[in-house]
Design a protein around this ligand. Sequence first.
Ligand code: NAP
Ligand code: ZN
Ligand code: ZN
Length: 352
Amino acid sequence: MTKPRAYSVKAYSAAGAQSPLAATTISRREPGPTDVKIDILYCGVCHSDLHFSRNEWHFTEYPAVPGHEIVGRVAAVGPGVKKFKVGDTVGVGCLVDSCRTCPDCRAGLEQFCPGMVMTYGSDDKVLGGTTLGGYAQGIVVTEDFVLRMPAHLNLAAAAPLLCAGITTYSPLRHWKVGPGQKVGIVGLGGLGHMGVKFARAFGAHVVLFTTSPNKAADALRLGAHEVVVSTDEKQMAAHAGSFDFILDAVSALHDINAYFNLLKRDGNLTLVGAPEQPLAVAAFPLIMRRRSFSGSLIGGLPETQEMLDFCGQHNITCDIEMIRMDQINEAYERMLKSDVKYRFVIDMASLK
Ligand code: NAP
Ligand code: ZN
Ligand code: ZN
């Protein structure tokens, strides 16, 4: 078998679960007929990157290159590419391919396809090994998994829309959040702050739950109508049985039952946070009022484009702190302390 043609880019990778990320060089495939070659300008830092690089989900293969909130400029296209041309600004989220034929793919829900290829941590069918993410100077992605970025949005501040944005937009749409509803968002991190912005934009009454009282003013500025400090039982009790929908975007172990108690009859709590440890679910808060508990995973390609276009129309971007690539380990430590306002974004020019 002939070796696939590849080129090298600088990147940052983890050599093991206990290793800090460090500079390296990785291979990318030369663009095939329907591929788009992208020079990465910015990459957001998702808490999933941290879970993954430290093998907290127990499937990481090393060396691991995280990063799935990618924006960049098209550097080259294969001869069969129809949607993009050199110079376009584009995005890549958590998915870079899928089987294209299963019911999930046909429904535009590629995130649930059994054969989906994640931007990092999936089998790389072209180069072998595992796919490597966006903490790198460049990436090559088949055009069907490349997204158009709205032209007037700040590109760095739009990067986290590719994961934090779609992961909150999708369940809020699925559960038809809108005017007349009381909606809770749990955790003011990268996902949570976008949950607040979208729930507000969809017309709901938005309540932000936080363990960090010092984030209250920011939460109101970002669009929350009310802020509840979740460690204060009195504040929690005041909202008992009053929510239509709650989105939980917490990255660590916490008491989920406290939030079930805040739902109305038939209310739903959707979990998007993915803590390493399982959450204990008590039966009574759910069964007493026919409440439901569900999960949600990013969003499919059509909905991700819809979300980006919505953000373009409504001027929605993320509140970011720009970092250099060599500050990534420090950024992870700050993220673990819930100390990020509200998403780190890597300026990939710092990798040159
Ligand atoms: P993040 O920026 O670190 O935010 C997490 C927030 O959770 C923190 O800012 C903090 O908010 C709260 N929190 C942290 N530790 C807590 C604890 N022990 N108890 C209660 N609250 C705590 O993380 P992120 O990037 O938004 O990601 C959040 C989670 O979603 C991660 O587990 C990530 O892997 C997952 N995720 C899932 C999907 C999906 O498709 N389902 C997609 C992306 C990410 P306060 O300071 O306000 O309390
Ligand atoms: Zn993510
Ligand atoms: Zn499929």
